[in-house]
Design a protein around this ligand. Structure first.
Ligand SMILES: [Fe+2]
Length: 332
Protein backbone atom coordinates (compact mmCIF):
# COMPACT_ATOMS: atom_id res chain seq x y z
CA UNK A 1 0.00 0.00 0.00
CA UNK A 2 2.81 2.34 0.95
CA UNK A 3 4.65 1.55 -2.24
CA UNK A 4 1.48 2.19 -4.20
CA UNK A 5 1.08 5.55 -2.47
CA UNK A 6 4.63 6.51 -3.31
CA UNK A 7 4.25 5.34 -6.88
CA UNK A 8 0.95 7.17 -7.12
CA UNK A 9 2.64 10.34 -5.95
CA UNK A 10 5.31 9.99 -8.59
CA UNK A 11 2.75 9.31 -11.28
CA UNK A 12 0.95 12.56 -10.45
CA UNK A 13 4.11 14.47 -11.21
CA UNK A 14 3.34 13.90 -14.88
CA UNK A 15 6.06 14.32 -17.41
CA UNK A 16 5.83 17.77 -18.94
CA UNK A 17 5.65 18.08 -22.66
CA UNK A 18 9.18 18.26 -24.08
CA UNK A 19 10.51 21.76 -24.14
CA UNK A 20 11.41 21.60 -27.80
CA UNK A 21 7.80 20.86 -28.70
CA UNK A 22 6.44 23.57 -26.39
CA UNK A 23 8.82 26.26 -27.48
CA UNK A 24 8.28 25.66 -31.13
CA UNK A 25 5.40 27.31 -32.84
CA UNK A 26 5.39 24.58 -35.44
CA UNK A 27 4.30 20.99 -34.76
CA UNK A 28 4.25 18.66 -37.75
CA UNK A 29 4.62 21.67 -40.03
CA UNK A 30 1.47 23.26 -38.59
CA UNK A 31 1.69 26.91 -37.66
CA UNK A 32 -0.15 28.01 -34.49
CA UNK A 33 -1.80 31.28 -33.84
CA UNK A 34 -1.13 33.04 -30.52
CA UNK A 35 -4.48 31.84 -29.09
CA UNK A 36 -3.83 28.27 -30.21
CA UNK A 37 -0.37 28.38 -28.68
CA UNK A 38 -1.75 29.65 -25.37
CA UNK A 39 -4.43 26.93 -25.38
CA UNK A 40 -1.83 24.30 -26.30
CA UNK A 41 0.46 25.36 -23.49
CA UNK A 42 -2.41 25.35 -20.94
CA UNK A 43 -3.36 21.79 -21.93
CA UNK A 44 0.20 20.57 -21.71
CA UNK A 45 1.14 22.20 -18.43
CA UNK A 46 2.38 19.60 -15.92
CA UNK A 47 -0.10 19.01 -13.16
CA UNK A 48 0.55 21.58 -10.53
CA UNK A 49 0.74 19.04 -7.76
CA UNK A 50 4.05 19.55 -6.01
CA UNK A 51 2.23 20.22 -2.72
CA UNK A 52 0.20 16.99 -3.09
CA UNK A 53 3.38 15.01 -3.88
CA UNK A 54 5.16 16.18 -0.76
CA UNK A 55 2.10 15.32 1.30
CA UNK A 56 1.92 11.80 -0.15
CA UNK A 57 5.64 11.13 0.33
CA UNK A 58 5.44 12.35 3.92
CA UNK A 59 2.39 10.14 4.46
CA UNK A 60 4.30 7.19 3.00
CA UNK A 61 7.22 7.72 5.36
CA UNK A 62 4.86 8.09 8.30
CA UNK A 63 3.16 4.79 7.47
CA UNK A 64 6.55 3.06 7.05
CA UNK A 65 7.73 4.39 10.40
CA UNK A 66 4.52 3.25 12.07
CA UNK A 67 4.87 -0.23 10.61
CA UNK A 68 8.51 -0.44 11.77
CA UNK A 69 7.56 0.59 15.31
CA UNK A 70 4.71 -1.94 15.43
CA UNK A 71 7.03 -4.70 14.14
CA UNK A 72 9.76 -3.92 16.67
CA UNK A 73 7.27 -3.91 19.55
CA UNK A 74 5.89 -7.24 18.34
CA UNK A 75 9.38 -8.76 18.15
CA UNK A 76 10.21 -7.55 21.65
CA UNK A 77 7.08 -8.76 23.42
CA UNK A 78 6.06 -11.98 21.69
CA UNK A 79 6.62 -15.35 23.35
CA UNK A 80 9.76 -17.22 22.21
CA UNK A 81 9.09 -20.18 19.94
CA UNK A 82 11.01 -23.46 19.52
CA UNK A 83 12.39 -22.00 16.31
CA UNK A 84 13.92 -19.17 18.35
CA UNK A 85 15.58 -21.68 20.64
CA UNK A 86 17.16 -23.46 17.68
CA UNK A 87 18.15 -20.10 16.28
CA UNK A 88 19.82 -19.15 19.52
CA UNK A 89 21.73 -22.42 19.47
CA UNK A 90 22.86 -21.86 15.91
CA UNK A 91 23.99 -18.34 16.81
CA UNK A 92 25.75 -19.54 19.91
CA UNK A 93 29.11 -18.24 18.80
CA UNK A 94 27.85 -15.03 17.30
CA UNK A 95 26.09 -13.66 20.36
CA UNK A 96 27.51 -12.37 23.61
CA UNK A 97 26.86 -14.43 26.71
CA UNK A 98 23.46 -13.14 27.87
CA UNK A 99 23.33 -14.40 31.41
CA UNK A 100 26.37 -15.74 33.13
CA UNK A 101 24.27 -17.11 35.97
CA UNK A 102 22.78 -19.64 33.53
CA UNK A 103 26.17 -21.30 33.60
CA UNK A 104 26.88 -20.74 37.27
CA UNK A 105 23.61 -22.53 38.12
CA UNK A 106 24.12 -25.55 35.95
CA UNK A 107 20.89 -27.57 35.96
CA UNK A 108 21.28 -30.12 33.21
CA UNK A 109 23.96 -32.75 32.75
CA UNK A 110 24.22 -34.52 29.41
CA UNK A 111 27.01 -37.04 29.88
CA UNK A 112 26.98 -39.87 32.39
CA UNK A 113 26.84 -43.66 32.71
CA UNK A 114 24.01 -44.28 35.14
CA UNK A 115 22.09 -47.22 33.68
CA UNK A 116 23.32 -50.14 35.73
CA UNK A 117 25.24 -53.06 34.34
CA UNK A 118 25.50 -52.15 30.67
CA UNK A 119 28.86 -50.34 30.45
CA UNK A 120 31.70 -49.18 32.69
CA UNK A 121 29.44 -46.91 34.74
CA UNK A 122 27.16 -47.89 37.60
CA UNK A 123 27.19 -51.62 38.15
CA UNK A 124 24.07 -52.01 40.25
CA UNK A 125 20.78 -50.19 40.69
CA UNK A 126 21.82 -49.11 44.20
CA UNK A 127 25.01 -47.59 42.86
CA UNK A 128 23.08 -45.79 40.12
CA UNK A 129 20.63 -44.37 42.66
CA UNK A 130 23.48 -43.24 44.90
CA UNK A 131 25.16 -41.42 42.00
CA UNK A 132 21.89 -39.76 41.04
CA UNK A 133 21.26 -38.60 44.61
CA UNK A 134 24.74 -37.05 44.69
CA UNK A 135 24.27 -35.30 41.35
CA UNK A 136 20.92 -33.95 42.52
CA UNK A 137 22.62 -32.63 45.66
CA UNK A 138 25.00 -30.68 43.40
CA UNK A 139 22.00 -28.86 41.94
CA UNK A 140 21.21 -30.86 38.82
CA UNK A 141 17.50 -31.14 38.07
CA UNK A 142 17.78 -33.13 34.84
CA UNK A 143 20.22 -35.84 33.82
CA UNK A 144 20.68 -37.08 30.26
CA UNK A 145 22.56 -40.31 30.76
CA UNK A 146 24.68 -41.64 27.90
CA UNK A 147 25.73 -45.29 28.09
CA UNK A 148 28.44 -46.34 25.66
CA UNK A 149 27.60 -47.94 22.36
CA UNK A 150 30.91 -49.31 21.12
CA UNK A 151 30.61 -52.52 19.16
CA UNK A 152 34.05 -53.81 20.20
CA UNK A 153 33.55 -53.24 23.93
CA UNK A 154 30.00 -52.32 24.88
CA UNK A 155 27.66 -53.79 22.27
CA UNK A 156 24.60 -51.95 23.53
CA UNK A 157 21.58 -51.13 21.42
CA UNK A 158 18.92 -48.44 21.56
CA UNK A 159 16.49 -51.02 22.95
CA UNK A 160 18.85 -52.07 25.76
CA UNK A 161 19.40 -48.46 26.78
CA UNK A 162 15.72 -47.52 26.68
CA UNK A 163 14.75 -50.59 28.68
CA UNK A 164 17.41 -49.67 31.26
CA UNK A 165 16.08 -46.12 31.36
CA UNK A 166 12.58 -47.42 32.00
CA UNK A 167 13.77 -49.49 34.97
CA UNK A 168 15.82 -46.60 36.36
CA UNK A 169 12.87 -44.23 36.15
CA UNK A 170 10.68 -46.80 37.89
CA UNK A 171 13.22 -47.11 40.70
CA UNK A 172 13.52 -43.32 41.09
CA UNK A 173 9.76 -43.04 41.29
CA UNK A 174 9.57 -45.92 43.77
CA UNK A 175 12.19 -44.25 46.00
CA UNK A 176 10.50 -40.86 45.65
CA UNK A 177 13.55 -39.14 44.14
CA UNK A 178 12.41 -36.14 42.17
CA UNK A 179 14.75 -35.68 39.21
CA UNK A 180 14.18 -35.77 35.47
CA UNK A 181 16.14 -38.41 33.62
CA UNK A 182 16.53 -39.10 29.91
CA UNK A 183 18.87 -41.30 27.90
CA UNK A 184 20.93 -40.94 24.76
CA UNK A 185 24.24 -42.63 24.08
CA UNK A 186 27.94 -41.94 23.80
CA UNK A 187 28.69 -43.43 20.39
CA UNK A 188 32.14 -44.66 19.53
CA UNK A 189 32.93 -43.35 16.08
CA UNK A 190 33.48 -46.45 13.94
CA UNK A 191 31.94 -48.47 11.14
CA UNK A 192 29.21 -49.80 13.42
CA UNK A 193 28.14 -46.27 14.26
CA UNK A 194 28.01 -45.40 10.58
CA UNK A 195 25.69 -48.37 10.02
CA UNK A 196 23.42 -47.15 12.81
CA UNK A 197 23.50 -43.70 11.25
CA UNK A 198 22.41 -45.12 7.93
CA UNK A 199 19.45 -46.80 9.64
CA UNK A 200 18.72 -43.64 11.66
CA UNK A 201 18.95 -45.86 14.74
CA UNK A 202 20.46 -43.08 16.85
CA UNK A 203 19.58 -41.94 20.36
CA UNK A 204 19.82 -38.16 20.38
CA UNK A 205 19.38 -35.52 23.07
CA UNK A 206 17.94 -32.01 22.92
CA UNK A 207 16.43 -32.85 19.51
CA UNK A 208 19.20 -33.33 16.96
CA UNK A 209 22.35 -33.63 19.13
CA UNK A 210 24.44 -36.81 18.94
CA UNK A 211 27.25 -37.43 21.42
CA UNK A 212 30.25 -39.24 19.96
CA UNK A 213 33.69 -40.22 21.18
CA UNK A 214 36.88 -41.44 19.53
CA UNK A 215 39.93 -43.50 20.38
CA UNK A 216 42.40 -41.87 22.79
CA UNK A 217 45.26 -43.02 20.54
CA UNK A 218 44.24 -41.52 17.21
CA UNK A 219 41.13 -40.32 15.46
CA UNK A 220 39.59 -42.52 12.76
CA UNK A 221 40.98 -41.93 9.28
CA UNK A 222 37.63 -40.80 7.98
CA UNK A 223 36.81 -38.47 10.90
CA UNK A 224 35.92 -35.41 8.84
CA UNK A 225 34.01 -37.45 6.30
CA UNK A 226 32.04 -39.16 9.08
CA UNK A 227 31.17 -35.76 10.58
CA UNK A 228 29.95 -34.61 7.18
CA UNK A 229 27.72 -37.67 6.92
CA UNK A 230 26.28 -37.04 10.38
CA UNK A 231 25.42 -33.50 9.40
CA UNK A 232 23.99 -34.55 6.06
CA UNK A 233 21.74 -37.00 7.92
CA UNK A 234 20.35 -34.03 9.87
CA UNK A 235 22.15 -34.54 13.18
CA UNK A 236 24.23 -32.09 15.20
CA UNK A 237 27.42 -33.88 16.23
CA UNK A 238 28.77 -33.26 19.74
CA UNK A 239 32.32 -34.40 20.42
CA UNK A 240 32.61 -35.81 23.93
CA UNK A 241 35.54 -34.48 25.98
CA UNK A 242 37.69 -33.13 23.10
CA UNK A 243 40.36 -32.17 25.65
CA UNK A 244 41.06 -35.84 26.32
CA UNK A 245 42.25 -36.51 22.75
CA UNK A 246 45.73 -35.13 23.21
CA UNK A 247 46.69 -35.92 19.62
CA UNK A 248 44.08 -33.35 18.65
CA UNK A 249 45.43 -30.81 21.13
CA UNK A 250 48.89 -31.24 19.62
CA UNK A 251 47.42 -30.56 16.18
CA UNK A 252 45.09 -27.78 17.28
CA UNK A 253 43.99 -26.94 13.75
CA UNK A 254 42.00 -30.19 13.78
CA UNK A 255 39.86 -28.83 16.62
CA UNK A 256 39.36 -25.69 14.59
CA UNK A 257 38.44 -27.69 11.50
CA UNK A 258 35.80 -29.61 13.46
CA UNK A 259 34.37 -26.37 14.84
CA UNK A 260 34.27 -24.91 11.35
CA UNK A 261 32.33 -27.97 10.23
CA UNK A 262 29.73 -27.34 12.95
CA UNK A 263 30.79 -29.87 15.57
CA UNK A 264 29.82 -28.93 19.13
CA UNK A 265 32.35 -29.53 21.90
CA UNK A 266 31.41 -31.05 25.27
CA UNK A 267 34.04 -30.51 27.94
CA UNK A 268 34.32 -32.85 30.92
CA UNK A 269 34.11 -30.63 33.99
CA UNK A 270 36.60 -32.82 35.81
CA UNK A 271 39.21 -32.04 33.16
CA UNK A 272 39.39 -28.56 34.74
CA UNK A 273 40.29 -30.08 38.10
CA UNK A 274 43.26 -31.99 36.72
CA UNK A 275 41.45 -35.26 37.42
CA UNK A 276 42.58 -36.95 34.20
CA UNK A 277 46.08 -35.47 33.81
CA UNK A 278 47.94 -32.17 33.78
CA UNK A 279 48.06 -32.16 29.99
CA UNK A 280 44.34 -32.84 29.67
CA UNK A 281 43.78 -29.87 31.98
CA UNK A 282 46.06 -27.77 29.78
CA UNK A 283 44.11 -28.80 26.66
CA UNK A 284 40.84 -28.05 28.47
CA UNK A 285 42.02 -24.57 29.40
CA UNK A 286 43.17 -23.90 25.84
CA UNK A 287 39.68 -24.74 24.54
CA UNK A 288 38.04 -22.73 27.32
CA UNK A 289 40.24 -19.69 26.68
CA UNK A 290 39.27 -19.69 23.01
CA UNK A 291 35.54 -19.97 23.76
CA UNK A 292 35.25 -23.29 21.94
CA UNK A 293 33.09 -25.12 24.51
CA UNK A 294 29.36 -25.57 23.93
CA UNK A 295 28.39 -28.11 26.59
CA UNK A 296 29.88 -29.37 29.83
CA UNK A 297 29.35 -32.83 31.26
CA UNK A 298 30.07 -34.71 34.45
CA UNK A 299 30.87 -37.98 32.63
CA UNK A 300 29.93 -39.67 35.89
CA UNK A 301 30.87 -43.33 36.03
CA UNK A 302 31.68 -43.75 39.70
CA UNK A 303 31.27 -41.84 42.93
CA UNK A 304 34.79 -40.42 42.65
CA UNK A 305 33.72 -38.39 39.60
CA UNK A 306 30.96 -36.65 41.55
CA UNK A 307 33.19 -36.09 44.57
CA UNK A 308 35.91 -34.44 42.47
CA UNK A 309 33.31 -32.33 40.73
CA UNK A 310 31.70 -31.03 43.89
CA UNK A 311 34.33 -28.39 44.65
CA UNK A 312 34.61 -27.05 41.12
CA UNK A 313 31.54 -24.83 40.89
CA UNK A 314 32.88 -22.35 43.42
CA UNK A 315 36.25 -21.88 41.76
CA UNK A 316 37.57 -19.07 39.58
CA UNK A 317 38.33 -21.64 36.87
CA UNK A 318 34.64 -22.43 36.61
CA UNK A 319 33.74 -18.73 36.55
CA UNK A 320 36.31 -18.29 33.78
CA UNK A 321 34.66 -21.11 31.82
CA UNK A 322 31.31 -19.33 32.10
CA UNK A 323 32.73 -15.96 31.13
CA UNK A 324 34.49 -17.20 28.03
CA UNK A 325 31.99 -19.73 26.68
CA UNK A 326 28.29 -19.75 25.90
CA UNK A 327 27.17 -23.03 27.44
CA UNK A 328 23.99 -24.58 26.11
CA UNK A 329 23.32 -27.14 28.88
CA UNK A 330 20.39 -25.32 30.44
CA UNK A 331 18.65 -25.03 27.07
CA UNK A 332 18.29 -28.81 26.73
FE1 LIG B 1 31.60 -41.08 28.82
Amino acid sequence: MVVALLLGGSALAAEPTPLTQRSSKSVESKTFTSEEEALYLRKNQPASSSGTDILLVALGFAVLTLLAVVWLRYRRHREPTPKDAIGSILLAHAEPIPDESACLKLKIDLHSHLIPGIDDGAETMDEAIDLIRRLKALGYTKLITTPHIASHRYPNTSAIILEGLHELRFELHYRNIDIEIEAASEYYLDEHFMQLLEKRDILTFGGPFVLFEMSYVNHPLGLFDMVTQMKQAGYKPVLAHPERYLYMYRAFEKYEQLKTMGVYFQLNLNSLTGYYSAEVKEAAMALVDRGMIDFVGSDTHKVRHVQTLSGLFETSVYAHLCQRNRLLNNLL
